[in-house]
Design a protein around this ligand. Structure first.
Ligand code: 5AD
Ligand code: SF4
Length: 475
């Protein structure tokens, strides 16, 4: 699963609801996109139970922290936040603190030791939250970390917490049946189950009716989606056809499971974005084997070749772990050479972090010294910076389609949004607004962003460029 925003801290995007005397819930979210969507499910459950959502922690009766266990530093950040919540509890009476998500599942007892946490609730037990909150009112702790074989929250319409109302997530499945040796997710999120496609289409249509322009279908391993004979490729086609004006993305794909049929479906429908996140983890076949990834370097590269053949303009990103157990300098160089060979447009890169209970923790020694891990990670990051810049340079002078997501953080006069290839573009606002689909000519780039000028701006003398077709570009 792709991890978002971990390094930027919490994704705290709860929209305030000023609902008189209703009790208020504040949710802080760490970790992957799935967690972001889970917080929206929790917000929906609590709204139904009479709560309103606040973005002001000082105003909250119930403070929830949705947690990630995928690496130790993600957990450490949460322990730090819990100390901050302790101060909140001291300041005001009747503040309840709950830990939800992967850390709740993994560390229940430890979390309850510290006199801060009143509620511990795992990823499959969110429906129980109102009951557990009630329980805390009589001074008891509220605990439920049962994992389920069938919970998908299929009937719950998440309360969208994103400020702009343009892009949204839909979870299509939960849990994971792979046992990658480094990964704690199968233990914290349980076994894999897919969601009824009818409920996915219902949610999709709701989003479309509410003005959303892009949806990302989420699962730990979307390629193994399966519901009464409906495969992931079938689901993608259903989604693309149900809302032809909606951009469609998905994450995460597993190299061992991604079928040609999925690629052909992507090629067939113009509204499925040409972008694939395909975590490789390592470029060394020996390391891939000990990671239990079930593909080798050659098979991965074969998948990349097929993607390029079927979808020539597909952007590809990846996840890489550096310093996994027994990783040699040669293994590391294999990763660097694979990165060059693929020419990734983007990558999420991590130092291996041993997770208790995983296959690697039980069977291997975390034997790559910290300074070597850091050196290798730096080399990987430096190489990816070059590759990202090279990828962006290829877009110079081309015209790309941007779905505007927000105002640029750097300037109120600029808008920002993504191309179908998931590249971030910044351009002067002109008459455009959030939610518009805008054709933008790329004039400059860095390794992180493309910069450009909306085609409509070329009607202004200042930017006139007669080489560009005269097309109306607002959605
Ligand atoms: N250490 C470092 N990175 C990890 N990931 C998963 N588990 C670990 C770990 N123990 C990374 C993988 C995965 C991404 C979501 O997080 O690259 O694809
Ligand atoms: Fe973890 Fe592997 Fe499942 Fe991804 S596919 S969640 S890395 S076990």
């Amino acid at each position: 699963m792709q991890i978002t925003n971990l390094n930027k801290g919490a994704i705290n995007s709860i929209r305030p609801v000023f609902d008189g005397d209703k009790p208020k819930i504040y949710i802080e979210t760490y970790g992957c996109q799935m967690n972001v969507n889970d917080s929206e499910v929790v917000a929906a459950i609590m709204q139904k139970a009479g709560y309103s959502v606040t973005k002001d922690i000082g105003d909250a009766n119930l403070i929830l922290i949705n947690t990630c266990s995928v690496r130790d530093n993600a957990e450490q950040r949460v322990w730090g936040r819990l100390e901050y919540f302790r101060q909140e509890k001291k300041k005001r009476a009747n503040v309840t603190v709950g830990v939800i998500g992967c850390m709740a599942e993994r560390l229940k007892d430890k979390l309850l030791e510290n006199n801060i946490v009143d509620i511990v609730i795992g990823p499959d037990a969110y429906r129980e939250l109102p009951k557990l909150v009630e329980k805390t009112e009589s001074g008891q702790k509220g605990i439920n970390i049962l994992l389920s074989r069938d919970e998908t929250y299929a009937d719950i319409s998440p309360v969208r917490l994103d400020k702009t109302g343009v892009t949204a997530f839909i979870s299509i499945m939960r849990g994971c049946n792979n046992v990658c040796a480094f990964c704690v997710v199968p233990y914290t999120r349980g076994s894999e189950r897919s969601r009824n496609p009818e409920t996915i289409i219902r949610e999709l249509k709701e989003l479309s009716e509410n003005g959303y322009k892009e949806v990302t279908l989420l699962g730990q391993n979307v390629d193994s989606y399966s519901w009464n004979g409906v495969t992931f490729a079938d689901l993608l086609a259903m989604v693309a056809e149900s809302t032809p004006a909606m951009r469609v993305r998905f994450s995460t794909s597993h190299p061992k499971d991604m079928t040609d049929k999925v690629l052909e479906t992507m090629a067939k429908y113009g509204n499925i974005c040409n972008y694939i996140h395909l975590p490789v983890q390592s470029g060394s076949s020996a390391i891939l084997q000990s990671m239990n990834r079930k593909y080798n370097r050659e098979e991965y590269l074969q998948r990349i070749e097929t993607i390029r053949k079927i979808i020539p303009d597909c952007a590809i990103s990846t996840d890489i772990i550096t310093g996994f157990c027994k990783e040699t300098q040669e293994d590391h160089e294999d990763t660097l050479s694979l990165m060059r060979e693929v020419g990734y447009d983007f990558a999420y890169m991590f130092k291996y972090s041993e997770r208790p209970g995983t296959k690697a923790a039980r069977h291997f020694k975390d034997d790559v010294p910290e300074d070597v891990k850091i050196k290798r990670l730096t080399e990987i990051i430096d190489l990816q910076s070059e590759l990202s810049l090279a990828s962006h340079r290829k877009d110079l002078n081309s015209i790309v389609e941007v779905l505007v997501e927000d105002t640029s953080k750097r300037s109120e006069n600029d808008l920002c949004g993504r191309t179908p290839q998931n590249k971030m573009v910044v351009f002067p606002k002109g008459n455009h607004k959030i939610g518009d689909l805008v054709k933008v000519k790329i004039t400059d780039c860095s390794q992180a962003t493309l910069k450009g000028i909306a085609q409509t701006m070329f009607n202004n003398e200042e930017h006139r460029d007669t080489t560009l077709p005269d097309v109306s570009v607002n959605a």
